[in-house]
Design a protein around this ligand. Structure first.
Ligand code: NAP
Length: 812
């Protein structure tokens, strides 16, 4: 046999990692684990236990407790008690603990990696080289933020006790994304791992104690979804951080609605992997392998929708199929395998039924002819071609090693297909044309975009979704804000109970009848010219669709004006106009920030020129003194200047990740925002909400104060004279809650801000769960709009934007 023949026939031999150290550790615990509360193992009397299995061979690894209400209460109490000292300790002290934790993780690197592979089924190559190094990296990175917090984040305070719920696909990594930023910022946590993969969280808990963290800072509770629910609804938990399915995310959004708890949701995805004809095709094939077969495809940001340019599709698919024939699926502890085991038989069955659905939908299913172990939850890498874009298998998250593939002709079609999903977690773009790749990257709606690379993660770069992939970021400075609140703000604790929620919230209320004005004006004098404020939609003054009006009364009950009573149709028109303003050339978000800032300055200048008139109007509406009304107008002008200044200073930053290349965080606008304004300071509060939203490239539908709307209807004349393009600001007057409900239900509104009642805040959060709109509500708590921190802080910029991280490797 020639050397070449020997080489061709050469196969990989097994290179197994030993499970001995893990077995010793499990035996030391008699393969039975309690809950980790206050740095102690707690095993409740008569506890129920749940078995953990190795999905590669079905062998039982250990039993863990099913926590109940008593244990959840105990853990939350421990976290609350620890919060008192942990949150007030100097950041430099907390930094030392995080540093010690990072060091201890590194000391137990191998043990963690082997246990992760045994418990989850992922290849040791991945747990050893990706999951555990990233676990340590997150604690180092956040030790750094803890060190810097007192100086760099002095306008913020920790949130409190955080309930954290994580999935089974990256048990250690998800734990790191949650715990590291939370405790670095002075919070304490109660974490619940997923039921399939509880063991590494318990080993991590032991490392927490070993690193000397004070008791109660990190508590780990094992249990079912019921225990998760107990954490979510616990009154003494201040924030919920969740990673998991969109379906459960929706439940959590509803359960926490109106409670004043902060919430971040990292949910599912169906991310596009786009290959243009000028891409390095062999590189892109390897990219696909990493995108969809990494972790057996059980990756939230898996590139599970392959979009290939039509002229290379045949060649690319045949290269991909050839590569699939060489994939190695087998024992997760074998260092030479590409894919390990699916986490559990139930998940295996779900994946398999999706593949059958794909075939029923007319797809051509390809699975390579490779050998699989005789037992265990192993699944072949699968490719389904020939599907329609609307097919269920193309739209839904399969969460397994199944790739669906479509073709496109032009870049514009690729972008449309990439965005043709309810999700928005990630995207991978392959092209050697940097202009094209970056243009597509900027137009795809996703939190992470990888150019000529895929599935890259680092603690210095925030990860999170657009649309139904959730909201909030984990990693980077942007991720810290999930665990901070402004220093001036106490945890909102609205007294509103969901049980009291009205089933008719947002139904139309009849317009207030207009009071007769007869006889007030003398017939001897020329009567005043009637002035009927209209609504402002698409840059035009328009009458209300329903032709109803509402009376506006002074504090003494005198009629001082009438405004249109907006209805669903008016909102629909306003949303359409707000979208058209994005589509115009140049669209509002695509204009230079300089141009947006000029326009905001110009609004300020024109408002200032009419300051007296606005002050008189405010005085008539609210009954405040002229002096205070003048101060309100002056401050409104100042706010316009402040956000004009921010229009070109909040674009994003270069993230210092471990990638050799460039990772850029871009603060993108959400799109179309619906905003209801409070009754206090009707001009100032409206301007304080409108200005940051449009400064950062959003277009808005403003619902002014229901009782004091006239300064808003006066403002459109200022907008008209300030070069504001039609549709950027739309003003619809009428019943606040009815109009907000319509905005929430509108599929094309990207986010809603509600400043109104506790009940309205509840409904806004609850009902927005239907399509996971991002919300910002005030829980009925008035803020001091005169104060710059409360009326113009960074919070406004944060709420007006979402971070997209674009990763571009450089060099050969
Ligand atoms: P899942 O069913 O939503 O469960 C996630 C976690 O929530 C588990 O700990 C689960 O507990 C718990 N849970 C389930 N129902 C609950 C409820 N009603 N109240 C409170 N907690 C509840 O998701 P999974 O199947 O574990 O994970 C897969 C999903 O996670 C995929 O959709 C994937 O895309 C997503 N994911 C997203 C990201 C991201 O960063 N965006 C990262 C990884 C995964 P039990 O396990 O005990 O049921």
């Amino acid at each position: 046999m020639s050397l070449l023949e020997i080489y061709d026939k050469m196969d990989y031999g097994p290179a197994p990692e030993s499970p001995a150290a893990v077995n010793t550790w499990l035996d030391e615990h008699e393969r039975k684990f309690g809950l980790f509360i206050n740095n102690q193992w707690v095993s409740p009397e008569n506890a129920e236990y749940y078995p953990s299995f190795n999905p590669a061979d079905g062998e039982k690894l250990a039993d863990t407790v099913q926590a109940g209400q008593v244990e959840v209460d105990q853990a939350v109490r421990a976290a609350r008690q620890a919060f008192e000292t942990w949150s007030t300790a100097a950041g430099t002290i907390r930094a030392r603990y995080l540093y010690a934790l990072a060091r201890n993780i590194q000391k137990h690197h191998r043990l963690l990696a082997v246990l992760e592979s045994l418990d989850n089924g992922k290849p040791i190559r991945e747990s050893r080289d990706i999951d555990v190094p990233l676990l340590a990296r997150h604690f180092y990175y956040h030790a750094g933020w803890s060190q810097l917090m007192d100086n760099e984040l002095s306008d913020y305070q920790p949130v409190g006790v955080i309930g954290q719920i994580i999935p089974w696909n990256f048990p250690l990594l998800m734990l790191a994304w949650k715990i590291a930023p939370a405790i670095a910022m002075g919070n304490t946590v109660v974490l619940k791992p997923a039921s399939y993969t509880r063991l590494t969280a318990l080993l991590f808990a032991e490392i927490v104690a070993e690193a000397g963290l004070p008791p109660g800072v990190v508590n780990v509770i094992t249990g079912s979804s019921k225990a998760g629910s107990m954490i979510v609804t616990h009154p003494d938990v201040d924030k919920i951080a969740f990673t998991g399915s969109t379906e459960v995310g929706r439940i959590l959004r509803r359960q926490t609605a109106g409670s004043g708890k902060k919430l971040s949701l990292e949910l599912g995805g169906k991310s596009p992997f786009v290959v243009f004809d000028d891409a390095d095709l062999d590189g892109a094939v390897e990219g696909v392998v990493d995108a969809i077969w990494f972790n057996q495809g059980q990756v939230c940001c898996a590139g599970s929708r392959l979009l290939v340019q039509e002229n290379i599709a045949e060649r690319f698919i045949s290269k991909l199929k050839a590569r699939m024939q060489h994939m190695r699926v087998g024992d997760p502890l074998d260092k030479c395998i590409d894919m390990g085991a699916i986490v559990d038989q139930t998940q295996w069955d779900t994946v398999d039924s999706w593949v059958k659905t794909g075939a029923e939908e007319g797809g051509e299913v390809f699975q390579p002819d490779i050998s699989l172990p005789d037992q265990g939850c192993f699944y072949r890498p699968t490719l389904i071609t020939n599907l329609e874009p609307a097919a269920e298998t193309v739209q839904e998250e399969i969460f397994g090693p199944v790739l669906v593939s479509l073709t496109f002709r032009k870049p514009v079609e690729a972008i449309a297909l990439a965005n043709n999903t309810r999700y928005g977690l990630a995207a991978s773009i392959w092209s050697d044309n940097i202009n094209l790749a970056l243009d597509v990257a900027s137009k795809v709606k996703a939190g992470s975009v990888w150019v000529n690379c895929t599935n890259l993660f680092d603690a210095a770069s925030g990860f999170g979704g657009y649309r139904e992939s959730g909201f909030g970021r984990e990693g980077g400075i942007e991720g810290l804000f999930e665990y901070l609140r402004p220093a001036w703000q106490a945890r909102p604790r609205p007294s509103f109970e969901p049980a009291e929620a009205s089933t008719t919230w947002g139904a139309t209320t009849p317009s207030r009848p207009t009071l007769p004005d007869n006889g007030r004006q003398s017939t001897k004098e020329l009567p005043k010219v009637d002035r009927t404020p209209k609504m402002y939609i698409g840059g035009k003054q328009v009458r209300p669709d329903g032709s109803y009006t509402r009376a506006v009364l002074s504090p003494k009950g005198e009629l001082i004006g009438q405004v249109g009573d907006g209805n669903r149709k008016d909102i629909r028109n306003a949303v359409e106009a707000a979208h058209a303003a994005h589509k115009a050339k140049p669209g509002w978000a695509m204009r230079h920030a300089y141009n947006r800032s000029q326009i905001l300055y110009f609004i300020g200048e024109n408002l200032d020129a009419r300051a007296d008139e606005f002050a008189q109007r405010l005085r008539a509406m609210t009954g405040q003194s002229l002096k205070s009304a003048q101060a309100e107008v002056e401050l409104a002008v100042k706010r316009l200047f402040t956000f004009a200044a921010w229009a070109d200073k909040y674009g994003g930053s270069v993230q210092e990740t471990t990638l050799r290349g460039i990772t850029v965080a871009i603060n993108e606008p959400l799109g179309v925002l619906g905003i209801t304004c409070p009754d206090e300071y009707p001009l100032l509060s409206l301007v304080s909400l409108m200005a940051p939203a449009i400064a950062r490239g959003n277009t808005v539908v403003m619902i002014p104060s229901q009782v004091h709307p006239l300064s808003a209807t006066d403002l459109y004349q200022v907008l008209d004279t300030s070069d504001v393009p039609g549709g950027v600001v739309n003003i619809v007057t009428g019943d606040r809650d009815h109009l907000m409900k319509t905005l929430i239900e509108h599929e094309d509104v990207d986010g809603v801000w509600y400043f109104g009642t506790p009940e309205g805040s509840y409904h806004t959060e609850y009902e927005s769960a239907a399509n996971m709109k991002r919300t910002w509500v005030n829980y009925g708590i008035a803020r001091d709009w005169l104060n710059d921190e409360e009326g113009a802080g960074h919070e406004f910029l944060h709420e007006a934007t979402q971070v997209k991280n674009i990763w571009v490797p450089t060099g050969e």
